[in-house]
Write a protein that binds this ligand. Structure first.
Ligand code: FES
Length: 102
């Protein structure tokens, strides 16, 4: 069953950063790229690293464990686009970040 969850206030995730959130049995990575919010599966497909705790440069996040890089706007791995994190739509309503989960 799909649901929409309030994940954070916009001020919780400053521009140029990301954060990890656990919602039920999901780990989500949510990023603020110049005021636009993007959410994707927060578990790195390489070895399970926390993508929400990675370094964000522009719209690229670098996994803190071994350096795999993903475009947070698409979820695609930067070198191997066939590796793709599931993304989730984000909306801002009254300064809160909401995410639609399937
Ligand atoms: S776990 Fe993310 S690069 Fe290895």
């Amino acid at each position: 069953m799909s649901e929409t969850v309030r994940i954070a206030s916009v001020t919780d995730i400053p521009p140029g950063s990301g954060k990890e959130f656990v919602v039920g049995d999901r780990v989500l990575a949510v990023y603020n790229v110049d005021g636009e919010f993007h959410a994707m599966d927060g578990i790195c497909p390489h070895a399970g690293g926390p993508l929400g705790k990675g370094t964000v440069t522009g719209h690229i996040v670098t996994c803190p464990w071994h350096g795999w890089q993903f475009d947070v706007t698409t979820g695609r791995h930067c070198l191997s686009p066939q590796i793709h994190q599931t993304g989730y739509p984000c909306r801002i309503v009254e300064q809160h970040v909401w995410i639609d989960l399937p």
